[in-house]
Design a binder for this molecule. Structure first.
Ligand code: ATP
Ligand code: MG
Length: 458
């Protein structure tokens, strides 16, 4: 055996032995603590919320370890603004409760504590260990999905059970240093989304991690590490096992937090969109002139813009757009069967929503609004007499009008109607009356014309 080969063999053996005896390897990512002192990182107490700081200090003064962890550090290190701050500690939920008067234990899959400071709520969780899939006997579904994981552990174990390296960085309030067990800082600097541990196992444990991978890549314009991306093609079907209510939450995070357009691109690139919107994906597969794609993209852009301007948005609008091409297609069958339009829409909506709800559960309160917006699409061209005025007073008018504009932009309908409504909304009472009159005249003329032609032809 040549020396190089021998050296390689010895190295492999040593690695295996270290893994076996240290009990702290994640397969792909070796666990090695690197402490990054305060003067070598930009996380400043100035950028940490008042509530989070009070929580950290409260725990610290009570003799516990206290760290900021997860998404907030990722955001702080990539110039993002954290939307909330999560704290991790070695104190148990009961011990945390004793430190903070205004706190309560929330029991979901595992217990965490919500600590309240005025309007701010800080989520505090006790270090947790992930179960070893082979040894722990932790409850799993047939596909390998983790059903419960509520065993306390060390900070190192807590890091390993997190999803991506970029979400596993800790900020210690005791010395203001970052604690990096998995090369998180480097992946953040390099712009890499890397699953911790063996990717296939981690996706099987929780298939939602595939969606999170797509979302973080979109949010920060990062790349997926090749070994993190590769298994998705084969494992994406596992998303079918995820409860539809959870997928609804994830869908909102993907498309309703200000970077929906980029999430859409990632979801399509990874071929994941069809796992959330199977019916929509079918229409996209058949979208020869690209109109459906344009419609969906412009809705995403529109929603992102509104969110960035702090304007209100409703999931009903976006879900309404996603399913609109399916509704149009489904309606056709009923129309061909001589059903009137309103009835055809009603039937189609029932069928399409029922199928969608099997995958992503849309709460009733949004489904009701979606149906309203869809129905208004067929009413917005009926503007004669006092119809326009009545439509304007409809509580979904604004959403339906925005919806119409997008359809027009995408080339689904002839241009004109949207512009008419834009002018109508800006017009005063007199002008509005005129607009409606002109309309009535033109429409009557047309009908008259047809009538005149008829006898001539016979
Ligand atoms: P955002 O709040 O922007 O969605 P986040 O990273 O804060 O991003 P959360 O869902 O708030 O996401 O989760 C907080 C932390 O919990 C994550 O940073 C990650 O460390 C861990 N985590 C969340 N979901 C999972 C998961 N499915 N598997 C493993 N760890 C997870
Ligand atoms: Mg978060």
């Amino acid at each position: 055996m040549n020396p190089a080969k021998l050296a390689e063999l010895i190295r492999d053996w040593l690695q295996l032995l270290t893994r076996l005896f240290s009990g702290s390897s994640t397969g792909e990512n070796p666990v090695k603590l690197r402490v990054i002192p305060r003067d070598q990182h930009p996380v400043s107490r100035k950028n940490i919320s008042r509530g989070a700081l009070k929580t950290l200090y409260g725990l610290h003064e009570a003799g516990y370890e206290a760290y900021l962890v997860g998404g907030c550090l990722r955001d702080l290190l990539t110039d993002g603004q954290p939307k909330d701050f999560d704290v991790a500690t070695d104190a148990t939920p009961e011990e945390i409760r004793e430190v903070f008067r205004r706190s309560r234990i929330i029991g979901r899959r595992f217990q965490i504590v919500h600590v309240r400071f005025g309007p701010e709520v800080v989520e505090v969780s006790t270090f947790r260990a992930a179960h070893d899939p082979d040894e722990s006997g932790a409850p799993r579904s047939e596909g390998g999905m983790l059903l419960r994981d509520n065993v306390y552990g060390t900070i190192e174990e807590d890091a390993i059970r997190r999803d991506f390296t970029i979400n596993a960085l800790y900020y210690n309030i005791a010395d203001f240093a970052l604690y990096d067990f998995l090369g998180s800082r480097k992946d953040l600097d390099d712009g890499i989304i890397r699953l911790i541990g063996d990717p296939e196992t981690r996706y099987r444990e929780d298939p939602v991690r595939m969606l999170r991978a797509a979302r973080f890549a979109a949010k920060m314009d990062f790349d997926l590490a090749p070994e993190t991306e590769a298994p998705i093609a084969e494992l994406k079907e596992l998303l079918r096992d995820v409860p539809p209510a959870r997928l609804f939450d994830e869908t909102l995070k993907l498309f309703m937090t200000g970077y929906g357009r980029r999430c859409l691109d990632q979801m399509r690139r990874l071929e994941l969109l069809g796992m959330l919107f199977p019916q929509t994906q079918e229409t996209l597969d058949d979208d020869r002139d690209g109109r459906i794609q344009t419609l969906i993209e412009s809705a995403m852009i529109n929603t992102d813009r509104r969110l960035n301007q702090n304007k209100p948005v409703t999931p009903a609008f976006l879900f309404g757009i996603m399913l609109w091409p399916v509704i149009v297609e489904n309606m056709q069958a009923w129309l061909d069967d001589d059903h009137p339009k309103v009835q055809a829409l009603h039937q189609a909506a029932g069928e399409v929503l029922a199928e969608q709800n099997q995958v992503v559960a849309i709460p009733k309160r949004f489904a009701v609004v979606m149906r309203d917006i869809w129905e208004l699409q067929f009413r917005l061209d009926k503007r004669k007499g006092n119809q326009a005025e009545r439509l304007l007073e409809h509580r979904r008018f604004r959403a339906a009008y925005d919806f119409l504009l997008l359809r027009e932009q995408a080339g689904e309908i002839e241009p004109g109607l949207g512009e008419w409504w834009t002018q109508y909304q800006n017009a005063d009472e007199n002008e509005r009356r005129q607009m409606v009159q002109q309309l009535g005249g033109a429409q009557r003329k047309k009908r008259g014309g047809r009538k005149r032609r008829k006898p001539a032809a016979s």
